[in-house]
Design a protein around this ligand. Structure first.
Ligand SMILES: *Cc1c(COP(=O)(O)O)cnc(C)c1O
Length: 366
């Protein structure tokens, strides 16, 4: 059993993927070029955005977005205590200071009730993360941002095509960032990322900044962050499958929901009212997480902890001097969460094997 089965995904799209790799070799369109232009057009259309700017990975997309919005020394940017470190490390890299907020107990996303108490005269913006494929509480985050004149970046690396009350993620903030790391809901065969926006000024800055500040006239010093032609060609083949793959993830999640209901202290992932969840990860919670994880590992069922600590408690943030009581929810979740195998090609029999093993664990441990 695989936690994520990329081979099954790629086998389902052969021989097309192989043909595309050969075509990119034949045309030597390795950096930029027609495939990258097509990717940007296709992804902007798919997400309903006016602009898509491709970059080398999802982390660069965040950094470029922060720089496009003017984040820099003296500024503060508010974000969630529960994410992958790209979300916060890029704030620091921009020169701004990271200000963490605690998360919602039910949904793992940044808690809108905590944001206003973190706002100072230095606050410039908010990075909301649609964690595990679930939209953050964007209606409330947006109301707070509008009231205090703050910008919003939506870190959408785990939530391609998720929606809230019928509005697709990425449509709430000033800019949305995406990762196409191989295991993401839409994944390349290497690193790739992009940002989407309706703001022409952000798209223009990002296009220049990610490509050395311009080609013939360097209007500024930038960085070198480009999507490969090969990755763009492969993403263009996979992209039309994304809505169906997300639907299959939802079906598999619903199957887990029914097979795992009412077991011990197990908490199943809740869906925010009005949300279209795209289940990048299916994350359960139990006080016996470590024992359950060992039990599953011994029986060859792969699981992952996303993530073993809340961000403020990694050594990288020792300088902020945070204590568990500063982020009680995110801190508690870190010892309870467990991500189960879930991907569009998971077999029903595999899901039964996972859930039967979890049932056996709770039968033996209650
Ligand atoms: C994967 C991920 C990123 C970073 O994407 P890369 O393409 O690996 O750089 C950023 N934020 C979140 C929440 C992610 O899950």
């Amino acid at each position: 059993m695989h936690f994520v089965d990329l081979k099954a995904q790629h086998d389902s799209l052969q021989p097309l993927l192989g043909q595309e790799i050969q075509r990119v070799i034949d045309t030597s369109s390795f950096i930029r070029g027609a495939d990258v232009d097509a990717f940007e057009t296709n992804f902007a259309a798919l997400t309903g955005s006016a602009h898509c700017v491709s970059v080398a990975n999802g982390t660069d997309a965040l950094y470029v977005a922060l720089r496009a919005l003017g984040a820099g020394p003296g500024d503060e940017v508010i974000t969630t205590a529960h994410s992958w470190i790209s979300t916060s490390e890029t704030i620091t890299q921009s020169g701004a200071r990271v200000v963490f907020t605690d998360t919602e107990d039910a949904y793992f996303c940044l808690d809108p009730d905590q944001i206003e108490s973190k706002i100072t005269e230095k606050t410039r913006g908010i990075i909301a993360v649609h964690l595990y494929g679930q939209p953050a509480a964007m209606d409330r985050v947006k109301a707070i941002a509008d009231k205090h004149n703050l910008w919003i970046i939506e870190d959408s690396a785990q939530a391609h095509l998720a929606a809230l009350d019928g509005t697709m993620i990425g449509r709430f903030g000033d800019v949305a960032t995406y990762s196409f790391y191989p295991g993401k809901n839409l994944g390349a065969m290497g690193d790739a990322g992009c940002l989407t926006t309706d703001r022409a000024d952000i798209a223009e800055f990002a296009t220049l900044f990610a490509r050395h500040g311009g080609k013939n006239n360097h209007q500024m010093e930038g960085i070198c962050s480009r999507m490969d032609g090969l990755q763009a060609a492969l993403l263009n083949v996979k992209m039309p499958q994304l809505p169906a793959w997300n639907a299959t993830r939802r079906e598999a999640a619903a199957r887990y929901d029914s097979l795992l209901s009412g077991l011990g202290d197990l908490t199943l992932p809740a869906v925010r009212p009005g949300a279209t969840h795209v289940y990048h990860l299916y994350v359960i919670r139990t006080a016996q997480r470590d024992a359950l994880r060992s039990f599953l590992t011994e029986r060859h069922i792969p699981t992952v902890v996303n993530y073993p600590r809340a961000l403020p408690f990694y050594s990288a943030y020792d300088y902020l001097g945070h204590r568990p009581e500063d982020f009680p929810i995110a801190h508690a979740h870190a010892s309870q969460i467990l991500s189960l195998p879930l991907h569009p090609f998971i077999a029903e029999a595999e899901q039964h094997e996972v859930t039967n093993t979890i049932r056996a664990f709770f039968a033996a441990n209650i």
